[in-house]
Design a protein around this ligand. Structure first.
Ligand SMILES: Nc1nc2c(ncn2[C@@H]2O[C@H](COP(=O)(O)OP(=O)(O)OP(=O)(O)O)[C@@H](O)[C@H]2O)c(=O)[nH]1
Ligand SMILES: [Mg+2]
Length: 342
């Protein structure tokens, strides 16, 4: 292979070569040097895609919904079709059954459409690593010119929250009957939701779930007038509310039946409203900057740690650790000793 092989594969990605894109994504997933080189070339071409995170408890219908949304964007009632990429992240993988079924539905409706690109990511190494490789995969898809990128994750753990942070718009998907008081919805997941989706609205209890979610949004703040969202206080209603220094976003609750294609246009409208909100308020740029800054800082942290590790004799490190274990040295003092290369 030529020395600039990675440059050329990145250029193929930019030229719309799907095979090159698949290869680059694998290189990024494997954290290969060639993947890192390609990302450097791709990076200036990123920042245009609308990143939509989709999270929620296992089996709530996330894959089915994403499939319907992708189809909707490919065949919009008005305007130009959007190019859509789907990244399915499966950090823990205990519920592969649902994921496979979702994938099968996708195969039928979306196969052969070159405006759609689907990628499943398996768990690889530490969860922090997964969030990082997902960020790289999303950047490559962004550079490849997809207008919308869905990022599907299962559950509500830290990994999902980290991955949701990648997104401009985060959908939290609920389904009726997962526990009367919507157990799957924790305070943390309400915090990251930009749109709450009650899927399987054909099932009994959908109205109760909608009510419970609406109540939880109210209860999230004692005054019942404002709620905390992304660490900010906002007035409770659905959609955009005026409060103090400008409009604030309050997550709407949308009902869908993914298997019957119901509520998909309402969901698309809610996503479009959220996007317009992000653009009008400058929040789009804010989220972009927050994402890039945290990516930079994570990489910096890893690089500094690696550099320090390379310059540190194992023997010294073990000795200092033993001193800490024996309570002879406080951790803070140990840091001083280790950084000063004693
Ligand atoms: N009744 C009903 N079933 C649905 C609906 N949407 C999805 N399902 C079914 O629910 C099951 C799970 O759907 P998936 O789309 O795979 O759910 P998921 O959230 O992606 O699942 P995981 O990725 O495993 O967490 C499948 O059997 C779907 O056919 C719906 O609106 N109503
Ligand atoms: Mg799924």
């Amino acid at each position: 292979m030529r020395g600039n092989g990675s440059v050329s594969i990145a250029e193929q990605v930019l030229a719309g070569n799907r095979y090159a894109l698949s290869r680059v994504l694998t290189l990024i997933e494997n954290d290969a040097q060639e993947g890192r080189e390609a990302l450097k070339v791709l990076f200036p071409h990123t920042g245009r895609s609308h990143l939509i995170g989709v999270t929620g408890a296992p089996g709530t219908g996330k894959s089915s919904l994403v499939n319907r949304m992708a189809y909707y964007y490919r065949h919009p009632p008005e305007g130009e079709p959007k190019r859509v990429a789907i990244v399915a992240v499966d950090p823990s993988s205990p519920f592969t059954g649902g994921a496979i079924l979702g994938d099968r539905i996708r195969m039928r409706d979306l196969s052969g459409d070159r405006g759609v690109f689907i990628r499943s990511m398996a768990s690889r190494g530490a969860l922090g690593g997964l969030a990082r490789t997902t960020a790289g995969v999303v950047q490559a898809l962004d550079a490849a010119g997809f207008d919308v990128i869905f990022i599907e994750t299962v559950g509500a753990g830290q990994a999902e929250v980290d991955i949701a942070r990648l997104a401009h718009t985060t959908l939290v998907v609920e389904a009726p009957g997962l526990g009367d008081d919507v157990q799957a919805i924790k305070a943390g997941i309400l915090e990251i939701a930009d749109v709450l989706v009650v899927n399987k609205a054909d099932r009994p209890g959908a109205t109760a779930t909608v009510r419970a979610l609406t109540e939880m949004l109210k209860l999230a703040h004692p005054s019942q007038e404002t709620i905390m969202h992304h660490g900010r206080r906002m007035t409770l209603s659905t959609g955009v509310a005026k409060k103090g220094d400008g409009p604030l976003w309050v997550p709407p609750v949308v009902q869908t039946v993914a298997i019957d294609n119901q509520g998909i246009d309402e969901l698309a409208a809610a996503i479009a409203r959220h996007r317009a909100f992000l653009e009008e308020t400058g929040e789009w740029q804010v989220r972009d900057r927050v994402r890039l800054q945290s990516e930079l800082e994570n990489m910096l942290r890893e690089a500094l740690m690696q550099r320090w590790r390379d310059g540190m004799a194992d023997e010294t490190y073990r000795r200092v650790l033993e001193d800490v274990f024996a309570r002879r040295l406080a951790p803070a003092d140990a840091v001083g000793v280790l950084l000063n290369g004693a």
